[in-house]
Design a protein around this ligand. Sequence first.
Ligand SMILES: NC(=O)C1=CN([C@@H]2O[C@H](COP(=O)(O)OP(=O)(O)OC[C@H]3O[C@@H](n4cnc5c(N)ncnc54)[C@H](OP(=O)(O)O)[C@@H]3O)[C@@H](O)[C@H]2O)C=CC1
Ligand SMILES: O=C(O)C(=O)CO
Length: 309
Amino acid sequence: MSEQVLDFIRESCDVQYFPDYKKEFPVFLEALKEAEGVLGSGLKFDAALLDQVPKLKIICNTSVGYDNLDIPLLKERGIMATNTPDVLNDTVADTIVALMLSAARRITELDQFVKTGGWSEHGFSQQQFGVDVHHKTLGIIGMGGIGSTLAKRAYFGFDMNIIYHNRSRNEEAETTYNATYCTMDELLEQSDFVCVMTPLTPQTEKMIGKRAFEKMKKTAIFVNAARGKVVDEAALIEALQSNEILAAGLDVFEQEPTDRNNPLLQMPNVVTLPHIGSATAETRTKMAQLGAENVVAGVTGGKLVTSIY
Ligand SMILES: NC(=O)C1=CN([C@@H]2O[C@H](COP(=O)(O)OP(=O)(O)OC[C@H]3O[C@@H](n4cnc5c(N)ncnc54)[C@H](OP(=O)(O)O)[C@@H]3O)[C@@H](O)[C@H]2O)C=CC1
Ligand SMILES: O=C(O)C(=O)CO
C-alpha cells in the first residue's frame, strides 16, 4: 500500500497499516477488533474471526476474487464487502498471454537451455520446437471481465478462433470477438488452448478434473490464472505425466505458496508463476486506490464504488 493511498485514507480515518499481517497476526488481530473497516487481500473471514470483530462495518478486498469471504454470513451480520473488478483486466490478460506464449514456444525451458550452456555450434534440436499460438482455437471458461480482455488480445492480436463457456451468454464477446458459445465438453474437445477464468465458488471447485483433461486434445495447452482450487491439481499432474495434454501455464495453485516438492515444478513443459496475474506497479496502485475509496465510503457512510452485493 503506497503512502499516497494511505494518506488518502488518513484524510478520513485513523489508519493502522500492516505490510505483512501474517507475520504479526496477534497485533493485527488486536487492531482489527477495534476497526470499522479493513482493506487488503487474502484473509479468510469466517464466523470465528467475525465473532471477534464486532465493530467491523466493511471488508474491502484488494482483489477481484472474493472466495475468502462468506457472502451469506456477511449479509446476515450486516457487513458490507467490496472488491476491485475491471481495473486489473488488461494486466491479468497480459499475464495469461505470457503463459500461453511461454508454454507453447517453450520460453522458460529454452531460456534455461541457453543460460546453462546447452546451445552449442550444432544449434538446437527439432525436439525443441514449439507450437504456434496464432490461428489456433482458444477456449475460455469464464468469459467475464478478464476472459473478454483475453479474447480481445487473442482475436485481434493472434487471429485466434475464440470459443467460450459460461453459465450465461456473453453477447458482447460474441459480437466483438466473434466468440462462439459452447458446452463445456465441446470447448474441451475443440480447444488448442484451454484457459479457465471463473471465480472459485462451490460450483467451480475442482471443475477441471480427470474427466476434463481426458476430453482435451493431446496437443492442448492448459492455462489457469483463476484460482488453483478450480482445478483438481492431482488430475492435472497425472494428465501431464501421461501426455494426456501437451503443456500448462499456471499462475495459481491449490495451496499457495505451493510445496517445493510439487511435481509440477519439475516439469519442463509447465510454466509457473507465483500468483502475479495483476502484479504490476500501475495496476496494484489502481487496485489499492479503488479499495481505499471503498473503505472510506464504507466507514463514513458514503456510496460504495464496487460493492459485491
Ligand atoms: N491470477 C490472478 O492474479 C487473478 C485471478 N483472478 C481470478 O479470476 C476470477 C475472474 O475474474 P473476472 O474476470 O474479473 O470475473 P468476472 O465475474 O468478470 O467473470 C467470471 C466469469 O466466470 C463465469 N462463471 C462463473 N461461474 C461459472 C460456472 N460455474 N461455470 C462457468 N462459468 C462460470 C461468469 O459467467 P456466468 O456468470 O454467466 O457463468 C463470468 O463470465 C476472479 O474471481 C479471481 O478468482 C482475478 C484477478 C487476478
Ligand atoms: O484480484 C484477484 O482476485 C487476484 O487474484 C489478485 O489480483
